[in-house]
Design a protein around this ligand. Structure first.
Ligand SMILES: Nc1nc2c(c(=O)[nH]1)N(C=O)[C@@H](CNc1ccc(C(=O)N[C@@H](CCC(=O)O)C(=O)O)cc1)CN2
Ligand SMILES: Nc1nc2c(ncn2[C@@H]2O[C@H](COP(=O)(O)OP(=O)(O)OP(=O)(O)O)[C@@H](O)[C@H]2O)c(=O)[nH]1
Ligand SMILES: [Mg+2]
Length: 461
């Protein structure tokens, strides 16, 4: 991964590939302005130069001067631009062929196609964003709901970076006060007593714990949860899927084994983003397709944040039902007693009650009980917790793992301090903890980590 001022000019389509009102081709780097001058024909006779932060109306041409599209072009000079470099944006008509043609013209002018996330990578390398803000850009683009968008917004505003920088500063100041620095051996400064060092560490640990708790508690609000509908054939899983979605997404028939591959849809359960999956019904089968579908279902069951075990409450439990209930981990299971419109099978009700798993009744075909089911799903995933507030700081997985590392280092340090380990050894640990925190915000972050972070972006961002 390159460091420092880049010399290559990069270009990409910044809008989704499809038909839309407007499509944007974006350039960043030293050649942006000359490329724009070469490919732009102004609609005004008096046009002289691309005044920054203005829209210039005209045509974009290919390298031979043939008009490609009527456009609006803007120029944002570095270092005060999104990437910190000269940026040009060509606003074309939003059709895939139009933007592709404009991109090709740009690439013929010695511009290189941008890699995923490269505009934002440059913004980061040029000090316009710290790493947590760069990650927030991706979180914002991928945010499935209003609340995940708010969380990304706080991070993009720099809240998490500031929080972590403050933790690091406090550790650094403790380190100075340990007076092991060889710089001032003679100076008469009051050195920190072990108890004071421990107290300082404790406070930092409390604040690390607090923000890590947000990761655990709010991760479903940010990333969404995987909810899998499982159960034997004909229990009503697909009917339930349709009822929750409010449309006929899955095929429903009285034939056992209707769903053979899994179906996945994104739903917003009153603000909670959920990937909802309908699976192939469990049963012994010789059908190759169905068996392949079943093995996919099992994989999904293992990944699920919540499994809704759908039972036909009017029928006796089958061996498959029992096996599923038996294997179901208590924390991640919700039993749906479907077909409540039919006469209940008392043994089934009793057997389920004996398992002690939370249950909800439903009549999937009439979409009855769906509201209660949605409430129960939310309850299982996030309890009584409401949507996170504006300004709440929720680390992502990478950030949370960094915080966990720093916490381990500080805990070890704390214990060593209590056991009378000398300050010069403790000081080394403290430095390690500071380095870990620096990596989270993107100071001294290894190239491999950067590659991973930016590799997950889309092209044009
Ligand atoms: N057309 C377009 N829309 C976009 C973006 C973009 O790059 N292009 N953005 C990109 O993701 C977001 C906006 N983010 C931006 C952040 C900083 C600057 C910028 O030029 N900042 C300068 C000057 C600000 C000013 O004069 O007000 C600066 O901060 O110094 C531009 C966009 C969302 N919408
Ligand atoms: N009476 C009644 N019938 C239901 C209910 N829910 C589903 N059914 C019926 O049960 C049959 C099977 O429903 P599906 O939703 O296809 O069941 P499934 O669990 O997806 O079945 P497979 O895809 O085969 O695993 C259909 O004929 C539905 O109309 C219900 O609440 N009450
Ligand atoms: Mg089905």
């Amino acid at each position: 991964m390159e460091q420092g001022q880049s010399t290559e000019t990069i270009g990409a389509i910044a809008t989704p590939l499809g038909s839309g009102g407007v499509g944007i081709v974006r350039l960043s780097g030293p050649k942006s302005l000359t490329v724009a001058q070469r490919l732009f024909l102004s609609a005004r006779q008096t046009f002289e130069a691309f005044k920054p932060y203005r829209l210039h109306h005209g045509w974009v041409t290919d390298v031979h001067g043939a008009r490609l599209d009527e456009v609006l072009v803007s120029f944002m000079p570095g270092p005060g631009s999104y990437s910190g470099e000269d940026i040009v944006e060509i606003n074309c008509h939003g059709g895939p062929a139009v933007v592709q043609a404009v991109l090709e013209a740009v690439l013929e002018c010695g511009v290189r196609l941008a890699r995923p996330g490269e505009f934002t990578l440059r913004a980061y390398l040029n000090g316009r964003l710290d790493l947590t803000q760069a990650e927030a850009v991706a979180e914002m683009i991928n945010a499935p709901t209003a609340s995940s968008l708010r969380l990304a917004g706080s991070k993009l505003a720099g809240g998490l970076g500031r929080y972590i920088r403050d933790l690091r500063q406090r550790l650094e100041s403790l380190r100075v006060q340990m007076c092991v620095a060889v710089d001032f051996p003679e100076e008469e400064i009051e050195c920190l007593a072990p108890e004071e060092l421990q107290a300082g560490l404790e406070q930092v640990l409390v604040d690390i714990e607090a923000i890590m708790a947000n990761f655990e508690r709010d991760r479903y609000w940010r990333d969404g949860a995987l909810v899998v509908l499982a159960g034997r054939v004909n229990a009503g899983k697909s009917s339930l899927m349709n009822a929750i979605l409010g449309r006929e997404r899955a095929i429903v028939t009285p034939i056992a084994g209707t769903t053979r591959d899994y179906l996945e849809e994104q739903v917003n359960l009153s603000g909670l983003p959920v990937r909802l999956v309908d699976t192939a019904g469990l049963r012994e089968t010789d059908d190759l397709v169905e068996r392949a579908g079943l093995s996919r279902s099992r994989e999904l069951l293992e990944q699920a944040d919540l499994v809704c075990v759908v039972l036909d409450s009017s029928q006796a439990l089958t061996a498959d039902d029992r096996a599923l209930l038996q294997e179901a981990p208590n924390e991640t299971t919700l039993v749906v007693l479907n077909k409540q419109d039919l006469p209940p099978h008392t043994e089934t009700q009793e057997a389920v009650a004996a398992q002690g798993l939370p249950t909800v009744p439903a009549v999937a075909v009439e979409a009855d009980g769906v509201d209660a089911l949605i409430r129960a799903v939310r309850q299982r995933l996030v309890g009584e917790r409401q949507e996170p507030e504006q300004g709440e700081l929720v680390p992502n997985l990478r950030q949370s793992q960094g915080l966990a590392q720093a916490r381990e280092e500080l805990r070890a340090l704390y214990d060593e301090c209590r056991n009378g380990v000398p300050y010069d050894l403790l000081s080394v640990r403290l430095e390690t903890a500071c380095t870990i925190l620096s990596e989270i915000i993107g100071e001294m972050t290894p190239a491999a980590v950067l590659e991973q972070v930016f590799g997950e972006f889309c092209i044009g961002k």
